[in-house]
Design a protein around this ligand. Structure first.
Ligand code: ADP
Ligand code: MG
Length: 366
C-alpha cells in the first residue's frame, strides 16, 4: 500500500518493519508514516515495543525485515550518527562534568560548528527552554525539571528532522510533569518539529499528541487523533487501556432506519447503525456517558447502586444491572448533584451515540 507519492510529507516512515530478539518479536510488520511537523505518540503498556520502535528510527537497532525512512531517505542500515534525529531519554543523560552551556553545545561542537555560531545557538536554545542565566551551572546544581530542560535544549539546538522522546517526563513529579507537558508541546508547535513521543501514560498521550498509535505486542492496535482513540476505540484493549469503559455483550433483535434494537442481560436499548438480527456484538460505553435517573423511570433500564465513591468534581457510581457491573461518572454540577447511595434503585440510559461497537464481536466463549 505504500507508494512514495502518498508518503511525500512524512518525516518518518516504516514499511513492514519486524524486529526480533531471539524468538521474541518486539515489533511485528509495522507500517506507519509520521507527518511532518506532527506530535506523534507511541502509547502502550510496558513491553509492547515502544522503545524498540524509537530505537529503530534512531538506528540503535536494525530491522530483521522491512525498511525505515527519514525524510524519504532510506536509512534501514544507516549508522545512527548519519541519521537526522535527536533523542531525549527519561534519565536525561547529561554530562555531569560539563556546564549547561557545554552540554547543549556538545553536538554542535562535534559537528564542527564555529564557536561564535555555537554560542548564539546555545543561548537561543536555553531561552526556549527558559534556562537563560543557567549556562554556567553544572547538572548537579539543577533540579530534575531543569535538567530535563537542558536535555531538551541539547536536542533542539541540533535542529533535527525528527525529535525522539522516550518517556522524557517519567522521572518528574506530577505537577512538574504536567507543566512540562504544556511547555514541551508549545515548544514543539513553535518549532514545527516532527516529534515521536513514547509514553505508557494515557492522559499524557491524550494531552500532547496530534496522533496516537496504541501499541500492543509489537503491533499498532489503533492509530488516530486523541479524540478518535478515546471516543471511538476500535477494540476492547484500546477501550480499557485508555480510561475506563463499560463492556456490554448484546444481541441484535431488530434493525431498520439506520438503528438497531439490541438486547443485553438487563434489557433492550437502541444502537446507531443497522446490524443483522441475531448478530452478537460487544459494545463499550464510557462511564461519563452513562446517564443516571433516580427511581425506576420508563425508558430507562433498571439498575441498582452498589457503591458510590465521592471524588469532589465527580462521583463514581458503581451499579449492577442484570448481573452486569456498570460504572457511571456523575459530574458534581449544580444541576446534577444528587446523593446517590448504595442499595438505591435507579434507571440508566445508554445514549445510542455514546455506544461504540468493538471489533471482534461478543465473547461467546470466556
Ligand atoms: P516498551 O518500550 O514498550 O516497554 P520495548 O520496546 O523495550 O518495550 O520491548 C519490547 C519487547 O522486546 C519486550 O518483550 C522486551 O523484553 C524485548 N526486548 C527489548 N529489548 C531487548 C533486548 N535488547 N534483548 C532482548 N529482548 C529485548
Ligand atoms: Mg520503553
Amino acid at each position: 500500500m505504500s507508494d512514495s507519492g502518498s508518503a511525500a510529507l512524512s518525516d518518518v516512515r516504516f514499511e513492514r518493519v519486524t524486529k526480533r530478539y531471539g524468538k521474541a518479536v518486539a515489533v511485528k510488520a509495522l507500517s506507519l508514516a509520521i507527518p511532518r511537523g506532527s506530535f506523534f505518540s507511541l502509547l502502550g503498556p510496558s513491553g509492547c515495543g515502544k522503545t524498540t520502535t524509537l530505537r529503530l528510527i534512531a538506528g540503535f537497532e536494525t530491522p530483521d525485515e522491512g525498511d525505515v525512512f527519514i525524510r524519504d531517505t532510506r536509512v534501514t542500515e544507516t549508522a545512527p550518527y548519519r541519521r537526522d534525529f535527536a533523542m531525549v531519554f527519561q534519565n536525561f543523560a547529561l554530562f555531569p562534568h560539563l556546564t549547561v552551556a557545554d552540554n547543549v553545545a556538545f553536538g554542535l561542537r562535534m559537528s564542527g560548528v564555529a564557536r561564535e555560531e555555537r554560542a548564539k545557538a546555545v543561548e537561543a536554545a536555553l531561552a526556549m527552554v527558559k534556562l537563560t542565566g543557567f549556562a554556567e551551572r553544572y547538572p548537579k546544581q539543577l533540579s530534575g525539571g531543569q535538567q530535563q530542560r537542558v536535555a531538551i535544549a541539547r536536542a533542539i539546538v541540533m535542529k533535527p528532522a525528527v525529535l525522539l522522546l522516550d518517556e522524557p517526563l517519567g522521572a518528574l513529579d506530577k505537577n512538574l510533569r504536567e507543566s512540562m507537558q504544556v511547555e514541551l508541546r508549545s515548544l514543539q508547535r513553535e518549532l514545527g518539529l516532527t516529534t515521536v513521543f513514547v509514553t505508557h501514560d494515557q492522559e499524557e498521550a491524550l494531552t500532547m499528541s496530534d496522533s496516537i498509535a496504541v501499541m500492543r505486542d509489537g503491533v499498532i492496535e489503533q492509530l488516530g487523533a486523541p479524540r478518535e482513540i478515546y471516543e471511538r476505540p476500535a477494540t476492547e484493549f484500546v477501550a480499557t487501556f485508555l480510561g475506563a469503559s463499560n463492556l456490554i455483550d448484546a444481541t441484535v433483535v431488530e434493525s431498520g432506519n439506520g438503528s438497531s434494537q439490541v438486547e443485553a442481560t438487563f434489557g433492550r436499548f437502541t444502537l446507531a447503525g443497522s446490524h443483522p438480527a441475531g448478530e452478537r456484538l460487544r459494545l463499550a460505553i464510557r462511564p461519563e456517558r452513562v446517564l443516571l435517573k433516580p427511581g425506576r423511570d420508563s425508558g430507562a433500564l433498571p439498575a441498582i447502586v452498589r457503591d458510590v465513591v465521592y471524588r469532589g468534581m465527580s462521583a463514581h457510581v458503581f451499579l449492577e444491572s442484570g448481573g452486569l457491573p456498570l460504572l457511571a461518572f456523575v459530574q458534581n454540577a449544580a444541576s446534577a448533584a444528587i446523593d446517590w447511595s448504595p442499595g438505591q434503585e435507579v434507571g440508566i440510559v445508554l445514549p445510542a451515540e455514546s455506544l461504540v461497537r468493538l471489533n471482534g464481536g461478543a465473547q461467546a466463549h470466556g
